[in-house]
Design a protein. Structure first.
Length: 108
């Protein structure tokens, strides 16, 4: 799971982006799938952030999610990632392959 510090830092950074750059604002995306217990746990854990739009959930079975995941070599669900405005991976906050409590470092 993503640490609260890493997630808070990502959200604060996104919110600091000036309005004139809003068209190319990065976003946090939670990739999930149906019939996935860890995915349901993450939906519940991030329910407030999902409800207020700070995290966008994408079902990995949708064509759009599949394309983004393929483009960025993402395979695991659930995965919480930071994408740029062209859906290129900025970094992974966590994926289901991460040891519990271990954060996946943001890539450069």
């Amino acid at each position: 799971m993503a640490s609260d510090d890493a997630l808070s830092c990502a959200i604060e950074t996104i919110e600091m982006i000036p309005a004139e750059l809003e068209a190319c604002k990065p976003r946090l995306v939670l990739f999930t799938r149906d019939n996935c217990s860890p995915c349901q746990e993450d939906r519940e854990k991030y329910a407030i952030l999902l409800a207020n739009g700070q995290i966008t959930e994408m079902n990995s079975n949708s064509p759009e999610a599949k394309a983004i995941m393929d483009q960025n070599n993402l395979e695991a669900t659930p995965s919480l990632v930071l994408l740029d405005c062209e859906n290129k991976l900025i970094g992974e906050l966590f994926d289901s392959m991460t040891t519990p409590g271990e954060d996946v470092p943001l890539s450069s």
